[in-house]
Design a protein around this ligand. Structure first.
Ligand code: CUA
Length: 309
């Protein structure tokens, strides 16, 4: 309450003429800007309106993993490659620090993208066409997507998401005819053999090559590729290239020891990552425990063995 009451009837005073005029101008401006906002959305070069569903990070990760496993046609540098049928749903997962899968799309065909994040906010930015979408964990963004030009598009992350942010680059290639695959090195993609039950039922033993291909599938699907690179670089974790048989200095119970990377060492490192930590990586974010079956781990071992220097 104020000290003095205002004069009686203060609120009822005629609005002056010029004040009225300004109010009308402001109102007209507001309305016209509002109309423009809608027009611009429809006719301007704006991001499309997307449908969004509530989901959970684990649910979406499961969904995309199942989708990729079913549809992958090969692997590109640790990332599964999927060639979706036109007019189908495509599940794209972002996580620290990669986009999965890489896509081969057909020009002038429609696809329905579902995009979500496994951990934190990432930015789905298609270059060089510069289309940008924010990707939130817990939300499934649905985007109708129709590429109208062939070529290679990079998906970069434009939301800072930590130490590996700058390495988070995905790939979409748009082709018109089969020969175009050659332009992107996708003409000889290798597919992992069908999952085990049938092979097992026939009592067939998997060859080392098949095991390695299945291991590669685990490597790409479970996201090992996000930290363990194949090109010899080791930003976040030891590279898998030439790792098998190597002598590594590790820290166990605070003491530094030397181990040879063999099957047992890899098995232990997957099941209990903190037991022995490679010297040089002890300050990095710790490796999580991945829910892998013993079979998965055997295949991963076969895969690491197959990676020569
Ligand atoms: Cu993801 Cu930056």
């Amino acid at each position: 309450m104020s000290l003095l009451s205002p004069a009686e009837g203060w609120y009822y005073k005629k609005v002056a003429k010029d004040e009225k005029m300004w109010m009308i101008i402001a109102l007209v401006l507001c309305i016209s800007m509002f109309v423009w906002m809608i027009m611009w959305h429809v006719y301007g070069k704006q991001n499309p309106s997307s449908i969004t569903y509530r989901t959970s990070t684990t649910e979406f990760a499961k969904l995309s993993e199942a989708y990729i496993k079913k549809n992958m046609v090969g692997v590109d540098n640790g990332v599964p490659v999927v060639r979706p049928q036109p007019n189908t749903d495509v599940f794209i997962l972002s996580e620290m620090w990669r986009w999965s899968p890489a896509l081969i799309l057909q020009k002038d065909q429609k696809y329905k993208f579902h995009i979500s994040s496994k951990d934190l906010v990432h930015g789905f930015s298609i270059q060089p066409v510069n289309m940008n979408f924010q990707v939130y964990p817990g939300y499934d963004y649905v985007l109708e997507f129709k590429p109208t030009e062939t070529g290679e598009y990079k998906v970069i992350c434009n939301e800072f998401c930590g130490i590996g942010h700058h390495t988070m680059i995905g790939r979409i290639v748009v082709i018109e005819k089969e020969e175009d695959l050659k332009l992107y090195g996708y003409e000889n993609l290798k597919k992992a053999p069908d999952p085990l039950p049938e092979t097992k039922a026939e009592g067939k033993e998997l060859s080392e090559t098949d095991k390695a291909l299945l291991g590669e599938q685990v490597y790409t699907l479970k996201g090992c590729a996000a930290c363990h690179k194949l090109d010899g670089t080791s930003l976040l974790a030891p590279s898998w290239n030439g790792l098998f048989g190597k002598e590594e200095h590790v820290i166990e119970n605070g003491k530094q020891i030397t181990v040879t990377v063999d099957e047992d060492y890899i098995r232990e490192s997957i099941k209990n990552p903190q037991q022995k930590v490679t010297v040089g990586f002890e300050k990095n974010p710790p490796m999580p425990v991945f829910p892998l079956t013993d079979e998965d781990i055997d295949h991963v071992i076969a895969y690491i063995k197959s990676l020569k220097k």
